[in-house]
Each structure stands twice: as C-alpha cells, then as structure tokens.
Design a protein around this ligand. Structure first.
Ligand code: IMP
Ligand code: MG
Length: 176
C-alpha cells in the first residue's frame, strides 16, 4: 500500500484559528486560572500553540491515553497509559484534544476526570468529525469540523508517522 497525503487545512489557517480559539478562552476564563490537560501525543502541537496565546495563568499537565493502535479506525477500548501529575480538585480544567472522532475517548476521560471534582471541566479540540460520533460528548471549543476522513499532521499520526507536518493533511492508502 502506498500512503498519499494531501493538504486539507493549510498551516496559516490552522495557526489563525488557534489564535481565535485562545481569544475565546481568554474571554471565557477572565480572572480565573486554567489547568490545561494535553492528551498525549496527538495534542502536543495544538496544546503548545494554544497555550502561547492564553493570557490567564496556565498550568500544563499531560495524560497519555490510547485507543487506536496502528489502525485507521478506533478500537473502542481506551486505556490510560499515563495519568496526570497534578490534582484537579477545585481547578478550572480544560482538556485539549487533537480530534474527536467516535467521542469514546473524551466521553471516557470527561467522566473519569469529573469524579476528581474540578471546579469546571471543558473540552477543546482542534478537529471534530461530528458524523463519526458513536458516544455523545459535549465539546466546548472546536477548531475545525471535518468530514469522515483520516487526517494526519499537526500532531496527528498514522502509525506514529506524519505528526510533524505543519498542516492538516488527508491520508489515503492506495494500491500500488
Ligand atoms: P475517538 O475516541 O474515536 O473520538 O478517537 C479519538 C482519538 O483517535 C484521537 O485522539 C486521535 O488520537 C485518534 N484519531 C481519530 N481520528 C483520527 C484521524 O483522522 N487521524 C489520526 N488520529 C485520529
Ligand atoms: Mg488523541
């Protein structure tokens, strides 16, 4: 199989949208402190870029979850491979995710983290594939809604490849 990538959302467009999202977050969290939870590894690029433009005090924490393995479709089972370093009790928590597909990962995470009694818990994602939703999940900030495509770049991978592309690309597997 040959892997073919095609630009879907250009670098400049991604950067501009992230700044807009940060401005919205700045308005919504004015006077508060924010606990940003970056979901490893896919959200690293997005979380760092977003955090650069957030003006309220930010504490960054990381969580590693896996759901996909090396395939192009969600396995449906989610495992926590690395938990947060800091407690979130009484904190304003914003989960930063790369993409919402079936919604299973975020529904699971939001449910798990809400039990730790944060003052508030919201979700921010760079990409959303609403037509793929299997489990309902409330997403508060969405960068771009996209069709049911497999995308890579800006942190998103296929079998750990393409994360470092500075734009979002569609990935297709073609017969040789
Ligand atoms: P969900 O649990 O089905 O919503 O899947 C969420 C996770 O699957 C994301 O955090 C990504 O890591 C991965 N994922 C979903 N769609 C894509 C895609 O198009 N490209 C790369 N990874 C994806
Ligand atoms: Mg992810």
């Amino acid at each position: 199989m040959r892997e073919v990538t095609q630009v879907l959302i250009e670098e400049e467009k991604v950067a501009a949208r992230i700044r807009e999202m940060a401005e919205q977050i700045n308005r919504d969290y004015e006077g508060k402190k924010l606990h940003l939870i970056c979901i490893l590894s896919g959200s690293v690029f997005f979380a760092c870029e977003l955090a650069k433009y957030i003006k309220v005090p930010v504490k960054l924490d990381f969580m590693r979850v896996s759901s996909y393995g090396n395939s192009m479709s969600s396995s449906g089972s989610i495992s926590i491979d690395q938990d947060l370093q800091f407690g979130i009790d009484g904190k304003h928590v914003l989960i930063v995710e790369d993409i919402v597909d079936s919604g299973r990962t975020l529904a699971f995470l939001a449910n798990m983290l809400s039990k730790r009694e944060p003052a508030s818990l919201r979700i921010c994602t760079l990409l959303d594939k609403p037509s793929c939703r299997v489990t309902e999940v409330d997403v508060d900030y969405v960068g771009f809604e996209i069709e049911d495509l497999f995308v890579v770049g800006y942190g998103l991978d296929y079998a750990q490849k393409y994360r470092n592309l500075p734009y979002i690309a569609q990935l297709e597997l073609k017969e040789d």
